[in-house]
Ligand binder design. Structure first.
Ligand code: FRU
Length: 441
């Protein structure tokens, strides 16, 4: 094993385990990306903390270390997911303090504390004293102990918070709270949809193109051959329709934030809990990464297109034109761009990407390269273009202007791969990596 699968375009932990993106924000001239971090184990065991990256431009990143650790009774079993918002020159962070009491409990209806905890920082790294602003007794009586993942935003002169929850009769829902000052919070309603699973995690509410959207990561959806294929899902509501953010093997718990120039950006965890496929980097001491930051735009039918932020185009350093029927050797990482007008097939070592009869699929033909992944499908109809961002151990595939996305981890044996094109011509841009410096633990 070697470091050959260390990503060059995606944020990953220096060691240990990463899951959800947290506290995404632009504050004090920097982008801040916090994340669920288990520094002591690549399998997610041990302390669950927040790790922190910051960047002036989303291309040069500094890891500043573990900035929130479980160290008070109200977060003793984990500093769980949450969000950040600027007010009066400080960055205000809200997260879930998870508490598992000792004893014979089911940890669903009893034995678990879910505290919303508030801290502030003036530099993104050093945190103030922790204050509990909501605890189990503040949630509706019909909720189980699974209530978490506060996302806070400002709307009509008030602060609003949304929390994900599971009711005592196993239905996913979200809870709303509001506050004039980020300190005192009052219950402001609840929302759920029938037959949408037993738990909604990591909710988010935002506006794109004048339209309000709710995003959730529901657990317990019915799996179908072309929809909700993963153990857990995540998506947004366009009207009453639930639309998955990503149809690949590895995507969960996304969060959004707004840049100073008004772009709504989404970052997800390029991973999921409780999967039966694996990531061989765990044997080298780390596991999981985040997705690229994706810029969101509203399409005329209400769907949301996702595309890699334009900053990544500045990493292009060479161009290879590849014609239909050709085979090219290309070093990772690369950015493949192609217009399409009909069915096509793109082969890469151990994986086939195929559009046929309106169905797009990603299929691993070599089980080692997929590390247990087999096939994922998306019913996309016709498709005007495809863009593939291939990093050292992942593929992010953007279809039809970003209307559909598929993300997967991918473990090729070498750092150069062979691409075959059938029914499609493509431009392949080789990419420089991002600059990542590690300044903490
Ligand atoms: C989603 C999630 C969140 C929770 C966090 C714990 O992946 O389960 O609901 O806050 O991970 O790490």
């Amino acid at each position: 094993m070697s470091d050959k699968w260390r990503q060059k375009l995606h944020l990953e932990p220096p060691q240990g385990w990463l899951n959800d993106p947290n506290g995404l924000s632009y504050y004090n001239g920097c982008f801040h990306v916090y994340f669920q971090y288990a520094p002591d184990s690549p399998d997610g065991g041990g302390r669950k903390c927040w790790g922190h990256y910051q960047s002036p431009d989303m291309l040069r990143w500094e890891f500043t270390g573990t900035v929130l650790v479980p160290d008070i009774p109200e977060d003793r079993s984990g500093v769980y997911s949450g969000s950040a918002i600027e007010k009066d020159g400080l960055l205000h962070i809200f997260y879930t303090g998870n508490v598992k009491e000792d004893g014979d409990f089911d940890y669903i209806l009893n034995g678990r504390g879910a505290n919303v905890i508030h801290v502030t920082t003036s530099d993104g790294c050093a945190m103030s004293e922790k204050k509990v602003v909501l605890r189990n007794s503040d949630y509706p009586a019909h909720c189980s102990c699974h209530v978490r993942d506060p996302k806070v935003w400002r709307e009509n002169g008030m602060y609003r918070m949304v929390l994900g929850a599971r009711t005592r009769d196993d239905k996913g829902c979200i809870l709303f709270y509001s506050s004039p000052d980020l300190e005192s919070w009052s219950f402001a309603g609840e929302h759920s949809v029938p037959n949408m699973g037993y738990m909604w995690e990591c909710p988010d509410c935002f506006v794109i193109g004048g339209q309000k959207y709710i995003s959730i990561s529901p657990q317990g959806l019915h799996h179908e051959p072309e929809r909700n294929q993963n153990v857990y899902s995540s998506g947004y509501f366009a009207g009453s329709e639930f639309i998955e953010w990503d149809h690949g093997f590895d995507f969960y718990a996304p969060q959004t934030f707004e840049t100073p120039d008004g772009r709504r950006i989404l970052i997800g965890w390029m991973g999921i809990g409780d999967i039966d496929y694996t990531n061989p980097t765990a044997d080298c001491g780390w596991q999981h990464c985040l997705t690229l930051p994706r810029s969101l735009t509203r399409l005329s039918d209400g769907m949301i297109a996702q595309n890699p932020v334009k900053e990544y185009e500045s990493l292009r350093c060479g161009k290879i034109s590849a014609a239909d029927g050709s085979k090219k050797s290309v070093p990772l990482p690369f950015d493949l761009c192609a217009k399409t007008d009909g069915d096509f097939e793109i082969t890469m070592d151990g994986v086939i990407l195929r559009l046929g009869g309106g169905l797009f699929s990603i299929e691993f033909t070599d089980p080692a390269i997929g590390s247990g992944r087999d096939i994922r499908r998306a019913r996309i109809g016709s498709c005007g273009d495809i863009r593939i961002i291939a990093d050292m151990s992942s593929l992010e595939i953007y279809l039809d202007g970003g209307r559909y996305v598929m993300s997967t981890r991918y473990y090729p044996p070498a750092e150069t791969i062979t691409i075959g094109l059938h029914g499609i011509n493509a431009d392949l841009y080789t990419l420089r990596g991002m600059e990542v410096t590690i300044h903490g633990k």
